[in-house]
Design a protein around this ligand. Structure first.
Ligand SMILES: *[C@@H]1O[C@H](CO)[C@@H](O)[C@H](O)[C@H]1NC(C)=O
Ligand SMILES: *[C@@H]1O[C@H](CO)[C@@H](O)[C@H](O)[C@H]1NC(C)=O
Ligand SMILES: *[C@@H]1O[C@H](CO)[C@@H](O)[C@H](O)[C@H]1NC(C)=O
Length: 428
């Protein structure tokens, strides 16, 4: 009902946009310009440079207290900047959009004014956003979408194509036309962030990485390096790391909705916790790590047992996260408490071998504003994740985490995330 009404309003708005701005001739002119001039230059230089070309984006934000990471994208003609929430847990990139907006949340920039280049309903990118059998578009000339997030938030809108501005690490500019969501009806979820939109970097066809790959502009590889001191960088392409030094595990072929290495076994201080078969995903859209109720219960009791008789006492008055502990004096950094906590690890089965993903105390604890230490691993069942276990930002800090969609591998390697990489030589 709501979707139908809004869809109708939009058709009208797009017609108005198309005709009010210029005569039909003018409109066509603009189109041709955006379509051909910058795009074709980049494409031709690319064909020569392709082997050594990645795209790097600086990232801003932190796990605590900000609770999200943002990446700046330049979209439109002329290109305007937008701050987007980094999310490897979803596919579609969308901007809060003046279509006009029915319901938008406060954003750092003026709403995106959509191009009038609509994605049609039977475009494969549109089809990838609709579940099989789902009621699709109101109008075959327009692709309506609705995406929902685990925190209850959602965005409803229409897909348009517009020009994005990127720079390769070798300095070559590129201005591809990519599909993005013009989100004109947003509901904030429990982890609402005041940004212009979401940068979806999941495995699906609609993700901008997948679109860049389909246009032959970059290898289908995405990675990020989140610094424990805040900030970091994101990259598309495969020439910023030495693959032979990366620890790789295969992406699950059963669970293809997310970046999942399949099932894991949890280790506590080098010993098996007895918890096996934990279906796990990597999700940069989540600040914290989540375990299902059973694993969470087991982990928290192991930690509490380990802390008995130590000087840390549970801080029930600190609501920062579900479980916090206070010391004799307020803590300033994880270094002050590291000795009380063991290293955890998730062991993924990779053919006949096992791959360990280690979580030192820095990868699962934060120091709250009250100076207590809090557990950054939360009960996923409580937030509706059911059996899914999720590795969030806190557990991906100070390493590159790489998702190679061509080889269907997930990899990680210790790295300095404070400096933007210029070329691969930095890591050799
Ligand atoms: C997003 O990142 C930019 C830098 O690229 C920064 O200036 C801005 O404050 C950040 N915005 C938010 C809302 O975090
Ligand atoms: C690309 O590089 C140029 C020159 O350094 C710079 O002016 C421009 O802002 C960069 N564009 C993006 C999208 O980073
Ligand atoms: C985790 O959340 C579920 C659902 O709310 C709840 O039933 C369970 O008791 C919680 N587990 C722990 C250990 O708190």
């Amino acid at each position: 009902m709501r979707k139908g009404e809004v869809g109708f309003v939009l058709v009208v708005v797009f017609l108005l946009l198309g005709f009010s701005s210029a005569s039909t001739d003018d409109k066509y002119q603009r189109w041709r310009k955006s379509m051909f001039s910058p795009y074709s230059t980049a494409t031709s230089s690319l064909l020569i440079n392709r082997a050594g070309s990645s795209i790097v984006f600086p990232i801003h934000g932190n796990v605590y207290p900000t609770g999200y990471y943002n990446v700046t994208l330049f979209v439109g003609q002329p290109a305007k900047p937008y701050f987007l929430d980094l999310d490897t847990g979803s596919d579609l990139t969308w901007l809060q959009c003046d279509a006009p907006c029915v319901q938008c949340t406060p954003a750092p920039h003026p709403l995106y004014r959509p191009s009038n280049d609509l994605v049609i309903c039977k475009d494969p990118i549109c089809e990838s956003l609709h579940a099989p059998g789902e009621h699709k578009c109101e109008n075959p000339e327009q692709c309506d979408y609705e995406v929902g997030y685990a925190d209850g938030g959602s965005s409803l809108g229409v897909l348009v194509k517009d020009v994005f501005a990127f720079n390769y690490t070798n300095g070559v500019r590129l201005n591809p036309r990519l599909a993005l969501g013009c989100g004109y009806d947003q509901l904030p979820g429990t982890s609402y962030h005041p940004l212009d939109g979401i940068l979806g970097l999941g495995r699906g066809k609609s993700s901008i990485l997948s679109q860049l790959h389909d246009q032959n502009l970059v290898r289908n590889v995405i990675g990020h390096c989140l610094s424990g001191r805040g900030g970091g960088f994101l990259f598309f392409g495969d020439d910023l790391y030495d693959s032979s030094r990366v620890v790789w595990t295969s992406m699950s072929s059963d669970y293809t909705k997310h970046y999942s290495p399949g099932v894991a076994e949890l280790f506590f201080g080098g010993k098996s916790s007895g918890l096996k078969n934990l279906l796990t995903i990597f999700d940069s859209g989540s600040s914290y790590t989540y375990l299902n109720s059973q694993a969470y219960q087991a982990l928290t009791s192991m930690i509490k047992k380990e802390l008995t008789g130590k000087s840390l006492k549970e801080a029930v008055d600190d609501q920062t996260l579900s479980l916090c502990w206070k010391g004799r004096r307020p803590f300033k950094s994880i270094r002050d408490v590291k000795k009380y906590f063991k290293t955890l690890a998730l062991s993924f089965i990779n053919g006949r071998t096992k791959t360990l993903y280690e979580l030192t105390p820095e990868a699962y604890l934060i120091i709250s504003s009250k100076g207590n230490v809090c557990l950054g691993i939360l009960n996923g069942t409580e937030v509706g994740l059911q059996d899914l276990n999720l590795i969030g930002d806190i557990s991906m800090q100070d390493r590159m985490v790489i998702f190679d969609n061509d080889k269907q591998m997930i990899g990680w390697i210790q790295a300095n995330c404070d400096r933007l990489p210029k070329s691969r030589t930095m890591y050799m």
